[in-house]
Design a protein around this ligand. Structure first.
Ligand code: AMP
Ligand code: MG
Length: 705
């Protein structure tokens, strides 16, 4: 493995020494894991150590199978103050100590474990009392005191070298209450030793071993970035989750060489906290600069006191409050098509880089006046790609071909069709303008110009421009993962048997298609019955997997409208009553830091609301610039009396230069959606449309489909 090679996955685990499984519902002070890879960030909650180990092994196996490298960080000490290893295993070898500790630890699938017994037995190897201390009342004895002050004469330093640099660090001897770092280390080291046994030479432990393996384990300390975590913790996001997420994003954003250097640093006996030390915190903070900021809890709030909010106000509020929620990465220009650029891209080189000729012809210095001219032609010629190092003497011409750089002594080119060649002489008739048929260096793009702005979705022409100016690494956002969930007792998935009273789930395939056509990564979250607990469990799962959730159904304020009820309970919901037809209320909220768009169940309303509100909101969250739909004023092929007070969208299509609308405005008519090729948008005010009047038609492509 070459030095400084990057990692394809960064994993951070927040460990726990709990002796029972953590609550079913994602909770603080339990095990949390974040994975950052090319697809973005994924967070998961684990009730037991055994469970997170299964997940880790799956990650490691997938990485190895794909020839990738993975860095996994854990928030417990990997070592003990110098001297402890010698006392326990006879040598200062931290990994021999790992083996010895793991041989003693028993840690069940249900978190039941013998850590206090192991600590007690270890204490017996030392004179006096200690160094381990702390246990639940009743468990203490002469070998394992309940209080740290009861220890004496064991001879071990209280802290490791690295811990002397952080006043808030808890010592690894303390087994119980705040931090219980000692218990976390005993149980953690035993689990990591099992990984060492499993992965052998494919795995190394920093800083005890050189980090030149596909899998590298390291110790991390989330409080190191406490300020960043606080600033980036999402609405309702559990702190432990924010910690692993932000830490993983910070390490993932570091230049490869910086991370490699960090992994090689630190105390080879006691261990080290990755990145702790002069200068690295600054680098880590800088690495977070491109990472997303969480949305605020009130990001979907609408102006109070308004009964029906106008569409434009609702859009303005989305526009001002939503921002990118996805991390950033870099891709080569050839893979940048359709990705969203995360930082302005500067031209490293001018285009064209040097003055060159626009035609095949003969080059010389200065223009020529009226009348006949004759010039001798040099033996050499200048083809495209040749270095312009042949000096052309004054009064002499050189044969030069399209795209070739102008050699010294040439600033004007005459078209080959305009000369007569005889031997090594050309003759032609003037005038020829000074500079004719040449392109100036940088006349298209100067070096240092911004060629592609942040927020742009890369087009084939952008790829041409980026290539032309020599910008190969393109900074892009990770794709926005949009989860799609259908709700309703009546729903049956396509292809299944439908009983009486049941209907097929039409929204999910439609929304999956809309989301992918809008350029995002659609994730099928299936369907869930009108059952609050089931829905909450599905949202919990989804919040770790996707960046945004679109639900359909159950978004109004009725008894069976569990989406709005749940979001409401979570305390971060706005029920959007928008003055729009079709469209019932939308429930917009945050679920564990993940935005949820509760769309109406009605397929027509669901599609219209997705196009009108979802498309620009998703674009903004994906890092793209705000996208207003592109419409055209065209003559109406229909008549309609429209009421004041709401905006209306009619299913429409163009025919013979006019726009026609679907015969029925019934919002259950899916056939009309399929018939249409766009929507007619009628303004908020009252309107009498007569045949031939100009109305605004927005084809599907105008919404970004
Ligand atoms: P709701 O918003 O849940 O009150 O649903 C409004 C209407 O949309 C009801 O007639 C539902 O049966 C229908 N509906 C809800 N979800 C879907 C879906 N996924 N596919 C088709 N129709 C749906
Ligand atoms: Mg329903």
């Amino acid at each position: 493995m070459k030095t400084g090679a990057g990692f394809d996955r960064i994993i951070i685990v927040d460990w726990s020494a709990s002796k029972v499984p953590s609550p079913k519902k994602p909770s603080p002070d339990a095990i949390w894991m974040a994975v950052v890879d090319a697809k973005g960030t994924q967070c998961s909650y684990h009730r037991t150590r055994a469970d997170v180990m299964t997940r880790l092994r799956a990650q490691f196996d997938a990485a190895l199978a794909a020839g990738q490298r993975v860095l996994a960080g854990f928030d417990f000490p990997f070592g003990y103050p110098a001297g402890f290893g010698r006392a326990v295993v006879g040598v200062d070898d931290p990994l021999a100590l790992w083996s010895a500790l793991s041989a003693r630890i028993e840690d069940g699938d249900d978190n039941a474990n013998n850590r206090f017994d192991v600590a007690r037995a270890l204490n017996r190897l030392f004179p006096g009392v200690g160094p381990f201390w702390g246990c639940p009342a009743g468990l203490e004895d002469a070998d394992l005191p309940a209080r740290g002050t009861a220890r004496h004469g064991h001879g071990m330093p209280e802290k490791r070298q690295v811990e002397l640099r952080i006043p808030s660090a808890q010592p690894c001897w303390k087994l119980y209450t705040t931090g219980s770092v000692g218990s976390q280390a005993l149980l953690g080291i035993a689990r990591l030793q099992a990984l060492r046994d499993n992965y052998g030479p494919a795995l190394s432990v920093s800083p005890f071993q050189a980090p030149d393996t596909p899998i590298v384990l390291a110790e991390v300390y989330p409080s190191m970035l406490a300020g960043e975590v606080a600033a980036r913790q999402g609405a309702d996001e559990i702190k432990d989750r924010a910690q692993v997420r932000v830490l993983a994003e910070a390490f993932a954003g570091l230049p490869h060489t910086a991370l490699d250097a960090m992994l090689r640093e630190g105390d080879g006996v006691e261990g080290w906290i990755l990145g702790l030390g002069l200068g690295h915190e600054t680098a880590l903070r800088a690495a977070l600069a491109g990472a997303p900021m969480p949305l605020k809890n009130d990001c979907f709030a609408l102006p109070p006191g308004v009964h029906w909010t106008p569409v434009d106000e609702a859009l303005a509020s989305l526009k001002s409050r939503l921002g990118p929620v996805v991390g950033t990465t870099q891709v080569p220009v050839g893979q940048a098509l359709d990705r969203i650029v995360s930082a302005d891209i500067i031209a490293p080189r001018a285009h064209p880089p040097l003055p060159n000729t626009a035609v095949d012809g003969y080059g010389f210095l200065n223009g020529r006046g009226e009348g006949p001219h004759q010039m001798s032609v040099m033996a050499e010629d200048m083809a495209a790609g040749a270095a312009p190092d042949t000096v052309v003497p004054a009064g002499t011409a050189i044969r030069i071909l399209t795209g070739a750089a102008l050699p010294p002594g040439v600033d004007t080119v005459i078209l080959q069709e305009d000369v007569t060649v005889s031997g090594n002489t050309i003759s032609f008739t003037g005038p020829i303008k000074h500079g004719a048929n040449t392109r100036k260096a940088g006349e298209d793009v100067a070096a240092g110009d911004v060629v592609v702005h942040r927020g742009r979705r890369v087009t084939p022409a952008d790829e041409a421009l980026l290539s032309a100016v020599g910008a190969n690494a393109v900074p892009v956002y990770a794709p926005l993962r949009v989860g799609i969930l259908s709700t309703g007792n009546e729903l049956v998935p396509a292809g299944a048997d439908a009983g009486p009273g049941q209907i097929y789930d039409a929204n999910r395939p439609m929304l999956m298609g809309l989301v992918s056509k809008l350029g995002h990564h659609a994730v099928d979250l299936g369907q869930v019955a009108d059952d609050r607990a089931a829905l909450a469990a599905r949202l919990d799962d989804a919040a770790g997997q996707v960046d945004v959730i679109l639900t359909s159904g159950g978004a109004s304020a009725g008894d069976h409208d569990h989406v709005s009820a749940l979001l409401n309970e979570a305390g971060a919901m706005a029920l959007w009553r928008i003055a729009i037809k079709p469209g019932r209320p939308l429930a917009l909220g945050m679920w564990q830091g993940t935005p949820v768009f509760g769309l109406p169940g009605n397929p027509v309303a669901a599609m219209v609301c997705t196009l009108v509100f979802g498309a620009p909101a998703l674009a903004q969250m994906a890092g793209a610039e705000w996208s207003a739909p592109q419409g055209f004023m065209v003559p109406a092929a229909f008549e309609k009396q429209k009421k004041a007070g709401r905006r209306e969208y009619l299913r429409a299509r163009m025919v013979g230069g006019e726009v026609e609308v679907f015969a029925s405005e019934g919002s259950g008519r899916i056939s009309g959606l399929a018939w249409a090729e766009g929507l007619v948008e009628l303004p908020d005010h009252a309107m009498q449309v007569r045949r031939g009047d100009l109305v605004r038609y927005i084809p599907w492509s105008g919404f970004g489909l």
